[in-house]
Design a protein around this ligand. Structure first.
Ligand SMILES: [Zn+2]
Length: 86
């Protein structure tokens, strides 16, 4: 993904981020006791509908973590507001 990021919270960071990958592990529980009765050996990478990894982005400056889209949108909004107004 080549879209620019801007942290939507501190709005000062465009460069240093962590990508947070989500892993899913299937479990089954006993509904009465809450005991976990099955736990898959495999961790599965969570993907979005388009097949790309479902990642969050974390700002390394203020620590905020949220959906990748919110960082992309913040960068786009910021670009627009930097254009001269007619
Ligand atoms: Zn930030």
């Amino acid at each position: 993904m080549s879209a620019a990021y801007l942290c939507p919270v501190c709005r000062a960071n465009r460069q240093a981020f962590d990508l947070v990958y989500k892993l899913a592990q299937e479990i089954r529980k006993d509904p009465e006791t809450g005991k976990t009765v099955y736990r898959s050996d495999e961790l599965e990478l969570m993907r979005r509908e388009d097949g790309r990894p479902d990642i969050d982005v974390k700002c390394r400056q203020c620590g905020y973590a949220g959906a990748e889209q919110s960082f992309v949108r913040a960068a786009r909004r910021d670009q627009r507001s930097a254009l001269p107004a007619f």
